[in-house]
Design a protein around this ligand. Sequence first.
Ligand code: ARG
Length: 461
Amino acid sequence: MSAPWSQRFELALHPAIVAFNASIPFDIALIEYDITGSQAHAQMLAHQGILTAAEADTIVQGLEQIRQEYRSGTFQPGIEAEDVHFAVERRLTELIGDLGKKLHTARSRNDQVATDVRLYLREQIQLIKSDLHRWQQALVNLAEQHLYTLIPGYTHLQRAQPISLAHHLLAYFEMAERDYQRLGEIYQRVNICPLGAGALAGTTFPIDRAYTAQLLQFNGVTRNSLDSVSDRDFVVEFCCACSLIMVHLSRLAEEVILWSSQEFQFVVLSDRVSTGSSIMPQKKNPDVPELVRGKTGRVFGHLQAMLTMLKGLPLAYNKDMQEDKEALFDTVKTVRGCLQAMTILVQEGLSFQRESLYHAVHSDFSNATDVADYLAAKGVPFREAYNIVGRIVKTCVEEGILLNQLPIDRWQAFHPLFSEDIYDAIAPEHVVDARRSYGGTAIEQVHQQLEEAKKILQERG
Ligand code: ARG
């Protein structure tokens, strides 16, 4: 079988170059978008009198048959087809004869592939948004169970202040919410139709680009034909949004890995989500969060590949741009897989160890700020209070005791304004509940955040 452009050439393509050049092994994933795009194009050609209605009808039906053949597995074009666009056109011509050759009137593979990728991405963005929604739902469900569970809050991975575990989990809800919004914004720029730009300069045929765009439910048409075929900004933006999703997932993944270690013992992973070692029988490994952490790199890599592919590329289409597909497809597959695995992990894989968490928040100096606040509330300038507490903590550390084990007379030796109520003030439950500023970790605040999160999910449906 010879390529559509072969008449211009004297020698056949080297077989190794056929394989090197071909995108069909991966761009076959675009086939249904390619068919849908071609159907709309044929209908527009008929609408404009470039094809007859009967011709367009036959083409649309032939394309539909190819869709069915593909779905049932009987249409499996090989490497000689070069790419999905040629494969479909060739099959169409086999099915409906020479009329199939009219489909490519007023079109180029350059505007065709740009359209296919946009159609593909439009659908994938919606799927990832649904994955994010389920992810957020899982976080909210778990947070609801742990409103009153306290966990050490860290800065610099040093115990800082105790917080509500729900508060911690809802921080990830916020990240996912931004991810969701971001994808929605990118969708707006993806959802514009480049079809009709031709190879780069437009077409001599009296096409109606708005009509095609409308048939494909695009929100408008691209303005500049050169930009239409050479723009892949939306791929870069999408890879960037996915990289941020991975950043967020990898941060929780890392925390779960730490929390499930013998050193922390804050959480135990259920058997449904962990694996054993082939040699050390005592081990239970956090494979899911480790894989998520590990897969983050490849998504970043795809973003870098896309930026580099476009950098310095002269207008308009260049074959370099064929490289967008594998990166894009793998980004989608990886991000969706990670979101789904983390959702399962949070939904049924984590059992927080209330006893060790209780022990953790009751056995450190993460209430020291509250001692300073205590004095500051009684009129001692904060910096002075801070210094006094520094001395108190130093003494306790030297004696191997905690703040709540210091007798009242010794408190008062540090400052006369200390009285018996200092013990209540530094109890972790109080330390948490005292942080009532908007967005803080006090139970009433976290409860309010939880309600807002639920409302966001509900209103979204
Ligand atoms: N397979 C090509 C790609 O994925 C389709 C566009 C080819 N256009 C061209 N002028 N060779 O980018």
